[in-house]
Ligand binder design. Structure first.
Ligand SMILES: NC(=O)c1ccc[n+]([C@@H]2O[C@H](COP(=O)([O-])OP(=O)(O)OC[C@H]3O[C@@H](n4cnc5c(N)ncnc54)[C@H](OP(=O)(O)O)[C@@H]3O)[C@@H](O)[C@H]2O)c1
Length: 334
């Protein structure tokens, strides 16, 4: 397995991480046994980084990962590095009601996550969205206290902009920024990426397949459950969807010429952006995982990169990456 290092202070991780969110929430029903088999197959293939959030299925995702780790051989369990997000507040009916980054809340979230995961420490801990009522210094400071006590190893960030990154990094060492980055979500390139690079912070990129949209497997006639994130995502609606799927077809031509899949081109493109990039792929089935891992063997030369750029120019996508109300929670979009 190829490896990359999370910034100047973070751990060495597999060049691809496994994002476990879709195994519990947001993309419709998932098969529990297949999800666990996918985590095991990822560990077996040498994947070390597993990403979750305490709010993915209100604890469901952490319990699932805990179960998968307990059932894995000891050597595989020990290689797993857990990246956990906290801070999102949920309702019993599944609703979202804001963020809590107060120091006492941070410690409370961590205490429950350690229990659910069945581990004595979390490898990278981060608030999912900036709490607008709590200075980032206080939230990061609370995680730094957890680092001192050994409950957390490294501090990460998620979906924050350049100024917040600087303030966080002035408070404590930051290993990585988790943020959406893909062929059709390139907003970080202007200010955020130069800032993380200046400060020696890695990027753990999510939505590399734009939640399946640019995987090559998504079709316009796919029926989405009402609680599927994509049922409300602007990029998956009507004309936007058709426009975006046309981009995928342009990408498919390049993939076919190279004898690889569309998803592999999309993942390989993120990997090609720099050694500070670690794509988190949202595979929840073993066949999808195998496809994603295949991207590690895809080399994109200058001609490939030019052809990809022509097929999918930087601002080619139609529709925002989140619904309007959720866009307003993104410090990274300010
Ligand atoms: N920090 C944040 O704000 C934030 C936000 C969102 C996600 N995340 C993290 O990032 C992880 C990845 O995000 P994501 O799941 O949205 O990203 P993604 O990898 O862009 O999308 C996953 C979707 O792509 C589909 N897919 C098709 N082919 C695939 C393949 N070969 N490999 C993997 N997926 C394939 C899957 O479909 P099927 O399963 O339907 O086949 C799944 O619905 C999440 O699991 C989560 O841990 C973080």
């Amino acid at each position: 397995m190829q490896t990359r290092t999370l910034g100047t202070t973070g751990p060495q991780v597999s060049a691809l991480g496994l994002g476990c969110m879709g195994m519990s929430a947001l993309y419709g029903e998932a098969d529990r046994a297949e999800s666990i088999a996918t985590i095991h197959a990822a560990l077996e293939a040498g994947v070390t980084l597993l990403d979750t959030g305490d709010f993915y299925g209100m604890g469901h995702n952490e319990l699932l990962i805990g179960e998968a780790l307990r059932a894995a051989p000891a050597a595989r369990r020990e290689q797993a590095l857990l990246s956990v997000k906290f801070g999102a507040l949920r309702d019993p009916d599944g609703g979202w009601s804001g963020y809590d980054g107060r120091p006492a809340a941070v410690k409370n979230f961590a205490a429950y996550s350690l229990q659910r995961l069945g581990v004595d420490h979390i490898d990278v801990y981060r608030i999912a969205r900036l709490d607008p009522d709590v200075p980032i210094e206080e939230t990061v400071g609370a995680i730094a206290e957890l680092v001192e006590k050994g409950y957390v190893r490294h501090i990460g960030l998620s979906e924050v902009g350049a100024e917040t990154i600087r303030r966080a990094a002035a408070t404590a060492p930051i290993s990585d920024l988790q943020i959406e980055y893909s062929l059709i979500s390139r907003g970080i390139e202007t200010e955020i990426l130069p800032t993380t690079r200046e400060l020696g912070i890695a990027v753990t990129a999510y939505g590399v397949l734009s939640r399946g949209l640019i995987s090559g497997h998504f079709t316009a006639d796919r029926q989405l459950a009402a609680n599927d994130f994509r049922a409300l995502s602007p990029r998956f609606q009507g004309e936007n969807l058709q426009h975006n799927l046309n981009l995928v077809e342009a990408l498919r031509k390049i993939a076919e010429q190279k004898g690889v899949s569309v998803a592999q081109i999309a993942i390989a493109w993120v990997l090609s952006r720099g050694d500070d990039m670690v794509p988190l792929v949202g595979a929840r089935r073993r066949d999808r995982l195998t496809e994603a891992l295949g991207a590690l063997d895809v080399t994109l030369d200058e001609a490939d990169l030019r052809a990809i750029e022509e097929a999918v120019p930087a601002d080619a996508a139609a529709g925002d990456r989140y619904p309007t109300q959720q866009m307003s929670h993104l410090d990274s979009e300010r």
